[in-house]
Ligand binder design. Structure first.
Ligand SMILES: CC(C)(COP(=O)(O)OP(=O)(O)OC[C@H]1O[C@@H](n2cnc3c(N)ncnc32)[C@H](O)[C@@H]1OP(=O)(O)O)[C@@H](O)C(=O)NCCC(=O)NCCS
Length: 172
């Protein structure tokens, strides 16, 4: 299977919506992606599509978030959304999207990434529970599902606080 990954183009947007709607069985996630795309925290280079030949079969979106602690603000990145077509799951396409996205994020100068996600999946890529840095989500959640990854060693050593999700996320 020949998988290629590239940043989204305008012509992909409807297909990304439909892929999210299909895999999730409703369109909350699809709407979230559209909202983030229209907001100021969207980074076009980190909205990535995966193709098998000409078919769009995967998508990943990283967008800007902030960790705040009093007056202190740390600019970071959230893995906002990720989906692989049901017919293509468990073949490493999700892993390819994450690995590609993390490298692009590092190239763009981001130092760390946060995710809410499966605690058995994301640690494979180096994500660890964010509470080890005393960084918390803005709502109650099991500690193991809120994770962070340092793209640069010790990037989070002097960071603690609460993650602020931008207003675009209120669609959820
Ligand atoms: C979560 C999701 C994006 C993962 O995508 P994926 O392409 O299936 O991911 P991968 O193939 O990299 O890994 C999935 C599993 O397949 C396994 N796998 C990877 N390559 C494989 C291969 N060549 N052969 C067999 N298994 C493989 C992985 O080890 C992993 O195993 P695990 O389930 O025990 O962790 C996809 O399942 C999905 O779209 N789910 C619904 C949407 C969703 O929940 N999104 C939110 C994610 S937080």
């Amino acid at each position: 299977m020949n998988i290629s990954i590239r940043p989204e183009q305008p012509a992909d947007i409807d297909e990304i919506y439909e892929l999210n709607k299909l895999v999730f069985g409703q369109d909350n996630e699809a709407k979230l992606v559209d909202h983030v795309r229209q907001g100021s925290n969207f980074i076009p280079q980190l909205s990535l599509v995966a193709f098998s030949d000409d078919e769009l079969i995967g998508y990943i979106l990283f967008s800007q978030i902030t960790i705040s602690n009093g007056d202190y603000r740390h600019l970071s990145l959230g893995l906002t959304s990720m989906v692989v077509h049901s017919d293509y799951q468990k073949r490493g396409i999700g892993a390819k999207l994450i690995t590609y996205g993390l490298q692009k994020a590092a190239d763009l100068g981001f130092t760390d990434v946060f995710v809410f996600g499966h605690e058995y999946y994301f640690p494979k890529f180096g994500f660890l529970p964010a509470n080890r840095w005393n960084i918390k989500p803005p709502f109650e959640a099991p500690a193991e599902v809120f994770m962070a990854l340092e793209l640069i060693p010790n990037a989070l050593s002097n960071v603690s606080g609460i993650v602020e999700y931008p207003i675009e996320f209120s669609v959820m």
